[in-house]
Design a protein around this ligand. Structure first.
Ligand SMILES: [Fe+2]
Length: 346
């Protein structure tokens, strides 16, 4: 149901125990096979995983987890990763992180999302004790449907919940993870571009992204017609391959979507090559992009691994639980105690 009016934060949440009961029941059912979280009768996941964008069905439409009161309760619980939110109108050409309106608190932004033209991303919610059972089921289902290649590629899986205002835009950008975006509440138009088109994303722009510039690509209105435009209703999802540029125009309703995304082993290797390339470029060289010379790729990865190890000896991060895929024989993924540093070493 679409809610446009302001939500009183203190009065609308389901009691935590009741929500936990409903969610754990659906999570258990999912694991028992009673509640199919994803189906793929056409074999699209295995055929198209990280090769091309595609539309698919899912079972999350209007699930209680995606009701505003429960999202507010989620936002109030301790999180491993800080939430992102942006307030005020943006255009496709705007930089990621643009705030055109006075900054609101996270809770105020979600509670009044119907009126404040904002975007909220609650990150790594599969580690939440209430949301975890269902979301980890989705993380495992996507890998199971996509098959052995994806299981070998995945280093870590993560989920985020995106909450956006009526008619809100998400600016043109790309991500270094492999995404399965599932619309749970409301609808929107999602524009996805070809991730292999080097005239859209050059090697230099990809290198800049890996060096920390999230706005390394620029929206070109003249190329809008080249995007695949998905009319994304609740109950549908779209697969966005790594580094496929995309942007979103929400329709006239509150939108809640689940982003099920994965960091892939080949992308971590590529990231290290691009970082070495950036260093070489600063020294005046014209480095070869990844994929052109296996021997050069190998020494760049070795060099980057050495720098990486030295850096992390100096700056150790606190470990936090992450989802990693289990071997096929064990069926489901797991909540692991390994840190991001450990998994990225692969
Ligand atoms: Fe994105």
């Amino acid at each position: 149901m679409v809610r446009r009016s302001k939500v009183e934060v203190s009065v609308v949440s389901l009691p935590l125990e009741e929500l936990e009961e409903r969610v754990s029941a659906s999570g258990a059912a999912a694991q028992d096979g009673d509640m199919p979280v994803l189906t793929d009768p056409d074999g699209q996941f295995a055929r198209n995983y990280n090769r091309r964008n595609f539309l698919f069905r899912h079972e999350l439409k209007d699930h209680p987890l995606f009701e505003l009161p429960n999202l507010i309760a989620l936002a109030k619980r301790p999180a491993h990763v800080e939430a992102y939110w942006s307030n005020g109108k943006v255009e496709p050409t705007d930089s990621w992180g643009t705030d055109r309106a006075p900054r609101l608190t996270l809770i105020d932004t979600i509670a009044n999302i119907g009126d404040n033209n904002s975007l909220v991303i609650l990150k790594q919610v599969a580690q939440d004790p209430v949301y975890g059972p269902v979301l980890q089921g989705f993380l495992a289902s996507v890998v199971a449907l996509s098959g052995e290649q994806m299981r070998q590629d995945v280093v870590v899986g993560e989920t985020s919940i995106l909450i956006s205002s009526p008619n809100r835009l998400t600016p043109y950008h790309m991500d270094d993870d492999c995404n399965f975006l599932m619309q749970a509440v409301g609808n929107k138009t999602l524009f996805v571009y070809d991730h292999n088109d080097r005239s859209l994303v050059s090697h230099e722009e990809r290198e800049q992204y890996h060096m920390g510039n999230a706005n390394s690509i620029v929206y070109q209105e003249s190329r809008k017609c080249e995007a695949t435009a998905y009319e994304l209703d609740a109950g549908y999802g779209v697969h966005i391959p790594v580094f496929a540029p995309h942007w979103v125009r929400n329709h006239d309703n509150i939108s809640v979507a689940l982003s099920v995304n994965y960091q892939l082993r080949p992308m971590l290797a590529e990231k290290r090559i691009y970082r070495v390339n950036s260093l070489l470029r600063k020294l005046g060289a014209a480095p070869t992009p990844p994929g052109f010379s296996p021997s050069r790729n190998r020494w760049k990865i070795a060099a980057a691994n050495g720098l990486y190890a030295a850096y992390h000896l100096l700056r150790r991060k606190r470990a936090r639980p992450l989802w990693t895929p289990r071997p096929e024989s064990q069926g489901h993924g797991k909540r692991a105690g390994r840190s991001r540093d450990e998994v990225s070493r692969g």
